[in-house]
Design a protein around this ligand. Structure first.
Ligand SMILES: [Fe+2]
Length: 309
């Protein structure tokens, strides 16, 4: 049994209007559903984020897709592991199976196909010896406003990344993609993106970042620039990651988590072999933890979510 991918995440916020403004700035659409706000990518028929009002900001839940007809088997599997099923943690979120991970995060699995994202038009590029764009001025069309295609992945803070990895392997069939021992794990849901989910070490749970695929490098950087112009000035990028190899630019959200635009992530199959990543192998330093990047902000690993009582 393996889930087929990441559907959406829920975020509890003290002020939904502020959440709507932030995700709108980022290039996403939102709509009210009951007393919640549902955030989607233009042209994709799938919830990506559900904003739930609450006293403070914290990750509310994570939701995964499972093949249609597979939930009875998953329920038997979870029960055989002693994982207790629960009710949905808020009105309007009923459906599928709900349980808690070892850090107390609410996890939802729904019988639902992953919706196709809006198609990307492959840009013509001029590379040495291979000139595809002739008699066309790229700059006339390069200033594309950011409109993410899909939620690609998210990383959670975990109080024990090995325990979290093992739990999601055992319950949902996620597989290890790569690991930075003692620091981070990256997990896949089968063929596709190198990682759709993962964990970074912290003293307590929380949302580290969510990551959203955009159409091309111009859109990624116009997005970063637009976010800075709209007041979201703390960021990290442009860079190319180690695990996943994607190009990235992160912005800090108003509540201290990060949100990432990405393109060009490694795609993997069942043949992918997980590796342990090392600073020495990668010739990286803690200040530059990527193939290339600006110096990482110190706040990048801060977990500002309140500790559970
Ligand atoms: Fe990421």
């Amino acid at each position: 049994m393996r889930v087929s991918g990441l559907l959406h995440y829920g975020l509890q916020l003290p002020d939904l209007a502020r959440g709507k403004d932030f995700y709108t700035d980022f290039g996403l659409s939102s709509a009210e559903r009951g007393n919640q706000l549902v955030v989607r990518c233009d042209g994709r028929d799938q919830d990506q984020t559900v904003l739930v009002e609450g006293p403070d900001k914290r990750l509310h839940h994570v939701a995964f897709a499972a093949p249609v007809g597979s939930l009875p088997e998953l329920q038997r599997h979870l029960e055989s592991l002693g994982t207790a099923l629960q009710d949905a943690p808020a009105e309007g979120l009923q459906g599928g199976l709900w349980f808690r991970d070892p850090d107390g995060n609410a996890v939802n699995v729904r019988e639902q196909e992953l919706a196709p994202p809006r198609l990307v038009i492959r840009p013509k590029q001029n590379l040495a010896g291979d000139y595809q764009r002739v008699d066309e001025a790229l700059w006339l069309t390069a200033n594309t406003p950011p409109r993410p295609r899909r939620l690609g992945h998210m990383l959670l803070f975990s109080s024990d990344i090995n325990r979290s990895q093992e739990f999601y392997e055992r319950t949902l069939g996620l597989r290890l993609s790569d690991k930075i021992p003692g620091a981070a794990v990256f997990m896949n849901a089968g063929p596709g993106d190198h990682h759709v989910f993962g964990f970074v070490r912290s003293s307590h749970p929380g949302l580290h970042h969510s990551s959203w695929e955009v159409g091309n490098l111009d859109e990624l950087m116009v997005g970063a620039q637009t976010m800075a112009d709209r007041g979201h000035r703390i960021g990290w990028g442009l860079g190319r990651h180690f695990p996943g190899s994607n190009l990235f630019h992160y912005m800090r959200d108003p509540w201290g988590s990060w949100i990432e635009y990405f393109i060009d992530m490694d795609q993997i199959t069942e043949n992918w072999q997980a590796r342990e990543w090392g600073w020495d192998d990668a010739k990286a330093t803690p200040e530059r933890p990527a193939v290339w990047c600006p110096v990482v902000p110190e706040a990048f690993m801060h977990n500002l979510e309140p500790k559970p009582e």
